[in-house]
Design a protein around this ligand. Structure first.
Ligand code: MG
Length: 401
């Protein structure tokens, strides 16, 4: 038996080439030159994840056999006894994705090949079009269509519709205010308008971002049904998922859910009762490729497709991991795509590219992505207090972001 290749070091790389602070994990092996990369980006609590890796996971994992991904994932999950949660799941994901990357490099195969091989050559993506009013949304939709995109998420004023006229109480504190009722009215009007203008050939999507009271989300899902969305995203908060039964019973608007999920209890029921159509966890938030593979297979048995979360606060390494899963799983639906900057491409050689609305892999093994650590270090993570998540209703009361 050859000597196993072991984990020699685990390095946390923090960088902020754009708005989002990113966390990438580099697992360095006992084999000279062999390393893997994984995404551990929980941007709002980035330093907590870094500490969890450096002070807790790393001492636990040094010296272990890099081939034993299953054992390492399962033992990492319960090693702290208390488990789940975004900080610890992201930390585990960083290592898990890196171990899949290493295994692929050793085999000379992509992660998609390790999972079972390609079901498709490229992944169809959706992009985010917003605007201050419906005309501006339409302009942005048309611009994306001109670039070859066929799946477009339409939002009025970002999530929840900023810019509504509203009467606030005296001494209203600062915050990201929004009016849920005005949002529903104006968004329905915008979706009707865009659909009428662009016709049926473009797939439109919309994200409620869990901002509505459950009964209003139910009404919105019914009201939007005639406009044939490809899917309605995060209609409910994770705390309200029992309401999916009611939405399901009353309309055929396709439902996508899961970016905030980090515990199997959150998705098991929705899949088993066929209450949603697309499962869209944030891969690092759920713990990496290992649990994502398991859920993809589980969901596929129930006819539910995947649409993994792919915002700008997933690192390019995480996007590369998303793509490998997309290429592999027969029940893939669509991939959210954030349109990286030139700087992102410079820091992360191998970051996948889009052509004609399809995201293509390269021919490199593993995740097919690398990091220029010197360049990444020139863009350190900034200290700031997140503003957009300080969301308030018109009366000033706190709301979900
Ligand atoms: Mg979303």
């Amino acid at each position: 038996m050859p000597k196993p290749i072991t984990i020699q070091d685990i390095k946390v790389i923090l960088t902020q080439p754009g708005k989002s602070r990113l966390c990438v994990v580099k697992v360095i092996t006992s084999e000279p030159g062999l390393y893997g990369l994984g995404c551990a980006t929980f941007t709002q609590r980035i330093f907590a994840v870094a500490t969890a890796i450096e002070r807790h996971l790393k001492p636990f994992l040094l010296g272990r056999d890099v081939d034993r991904i299953e054992e390492i994932w399962n033992m990492s999950l319960v090693h702290g006894y208390w488990r789940n949660g975004p900080v610890l799941n992201n930390a585990i994901s960083g290592v898990d994705q890196a171990l899949w990357d290493i295994k692929g490099k050793r085999a000379g195969m992509s992660v998609c090949d390790l999972l079972g091989g390609k079901s498709r050559e490229a992944a169809q993506v959706y992009v985010h079009a917003d605007g201050r009013d419906k005309e501006e949304v339409l302009d942005n939709v048309r611009a994306f269509m001109g670039q070859g995109y066929r799946f477009i998420r339409v939002q009025l004023g970002g999530y929840g519709g900023q810019g509504s006229p509203m009467v606030k109480p005296r001494n209203a504190p600062p915050g990201a205010y929004f009016d849920p009722r005005d949002y529903c009215r104006r968004t329905l009007d915008m979706i009707a308008f865009v659909r009428e203008q662009v016709g049926d050939e473009v797939e439109l999507l919309h994200d409620i971002h869990e901002r509505l009271a459950p009964i209003h989300a139910l009404a919105f899902a019914k009201d939007v049904e005639p406009f044939k969305l490809f899917f309605l995203e995060d209609a409910l908060a994770p705390e309200d998922i029992a309401w999916f039964r009611l939405i399901r019973g009353q309309c055929a608007t396709p439902l996508a859910m899961g970016e905030l999920f980090n515990n199997p209890q959150e998705w098991q029921l929705l899949i088993q009762e066929r209450l949603i159509d697309f499962i869209r966890m944030h891969i690092s938030q759920m713990g990496g490729i290992t649990p994502a593979r398991n859920v993809a297979i589980f969901a596929g048995q129930y006819g539910i497709r995947t649409a993994w979360h792919g915002p700008s606060d997933t690192s390019p390494v995480g996007h590369a991991a998303n793509l490998q899963l997309d290429l592999w799983h027969p029940n893939f639906g669509v991939q959210e795509w954030y349109r990286p900057s030139e700087l992102d491409y410079a820091i992360f050689p191998g970051l996948p590219v889009v052509q004609d609305g399809y995201l293509y892999p390269n021919d490199q093994p593993g995740l097919g992505i690398d990091i220029d650590e010197g360049l990444a270090a020139k863009y350190p993570c900034q200290d700031f207090v997140e503003q957009w998540t300080q969301t308030r209703l018109p009366d000033g009361g706190p709301a979900r972001p």
